[in-house]
Design a protein around this ligand. Structure first.
Ligand SMILES: *Cc1c(COP(=O)(O)O)cnc(C)c1O
Length: 366
């Protein structure tokens, strides 16, 4: 797997250009920076001076601190009760979705001797976390009370559910969020308001407010048909490890879902679903070899995948095939792979496993 620091920088710059110089950026680097490598991603983007960083778990936040990240690190998933103390002690910013969590953080803060920094999570339709915007009268007073000194109230945010393809929904969520914001009688100076993900940042940058939280677009996945196309950041490669001439009728792979239709030439690639190549690409996906698009035949195995190279001359063991990326005039995008596999680009990228070495290029500028 190769990862281009330059492409990452350029995609980040497009988000920055969309939202303007006065908006803070909070690159989402959860899940090992969507599978690409959090250490390198942080190294590359630190030079761009983001406002902070977004992760999902306390462990991910602690790992960022271990990389000497100076900016705020926000843990976006609700923090489990057992992890509160470690999170507060590590100085992570936590998101608060319930009064229980609020109470716990206040108590932990007192015990540890640190005032926890929090972002108020307002649910405007995503439904999985956050305080219900319709019930602000119920929870807001207690939150405001805690904000008088028991917590350090840094930010207030919501999360969009359909910015990729439904602009009206973004405006609706914004209106709901705004209703909650209007109920804050005396917001602390500098309270950071944030709601836009990648798709929102590109589609409705005028709603950026204090900061935006880009993810997938930076990492090279499309975020809606109407949005700009990002530059691919990751490419996936595997060596040809075996070649064979298959007689007509030769059977292939688990379940024998493929048999040679005539005299064919097959190349076995040293990559499989244990590397994160979706199993669903069996008999559906393709690879690029010597600049030619060749079909994946049979089921993908854990460690090997076979392609039909009957139409390609000169293939040798040791050649490098491309499963994601560009070769010659052909390219295979993460979005194409996701669609063929019946999933989304997010799952494809985050599904690339630790067995694949991540070889970064262009890091020197960082
Ligand atoms: C993952 C995430 C994002 C980024 O979303 P993309 O669609 O990848 O841009 C933004 N905000 C929150 C809270 C997230 O969890």
């Amino acid at each position: 797997m190769r990862v281009s620091a330059d492409a990452l920088r350029r995609n980040y710059a497009r988000i920055r250009a969309a939202v303007g110089p006065s908006t803070g950026l909070i690159p989402m680097v959860k899940a090992n920076a969507y599978g690409l490598g959090v250490r390198e991603t942080v190294r590359v983007l630190s030079a761009e001076r983001p406002w902070g960083w977004g992760v999902a778990t306390v462990d991910e936040g602690v790992a960022l601190r271990a990389l000497s990240v100076q900016q705020p690190v926000i843990v976006f998933s609700p923090v489990p009760p057992d992890s509160c103390e470690a999170a507060v002690a590590a100085g992570l910013h936590l998101t608060v979705s319930s009064l229980d969590t609020l109470d716990r953080l206040v108590a932990v803060g007192r015990r540890v001797g640190t005032v926890p920094s929090v972002h108020l999570d307002v649910d405007t339709g995503m439904g999985r976390a956050g305080f219900d915007w319709r019930k602000a009268a119920l929870w807001m007073p207690r939150f405001l009370d805690a904000a008088k000194g028991s917590i350090n109230w840094v930010g207030c945010y919501t999360h969009l559910h359909s910015a990729e393809d439904d602009e009206g929904s973004v405006r609706e969520q914004w209106a709901s969020f705004q209703e909650v914001l209007d109920r804050i009688p005396d917001p602390p100076p500098g309270l950071l308001i944030h709601l836009l993900n990648s798709a929102g940042s590109l589609r409705l940058p005028e709603l950026a407010r204090g900061a935006v939280r880009p993810g997938m677009f930076m990492y090279g996945g499309r975020v809606g048909d109407a949005q700009p196309v990002p530059e691919p950041v990751a490419s996936l490669h595997a060596r040809v490890v075996h070649l064979r001439d298959a007689e007509p009728g030769t059977s292939l792979g688990y379940g024998v879902t493929y048999q040679a239709r005539g005299a064919e030439r097959w190349a076995t690639l040293g990559i499989g679903y244990a590397d994160g190549l979706p199993w669903a690409l069996g008999n559906r996906g393709s690879a690029l070899l010597r600049g030619v698009r060749v079909p994946i035949i049979g089921r993908i195995s854990m460690d090997m995948t076979v392609v039909d190279i009957s139409g390609v001359s000169g293939v040798r063991v040791g050649d490098v095939a491309t499963l994601l990326g560009t070769e010659g005039g052909e390219s295979i995008s993460v979005d194409e792979v996701a669609e063929l596999a019946g999933t989304i680009s997010y799952e494809v990228l985050t599904g690339l496993t630790a067995r694949l070495p991540r070889v970064w290029t262009g890091l020197d500028g960082a």
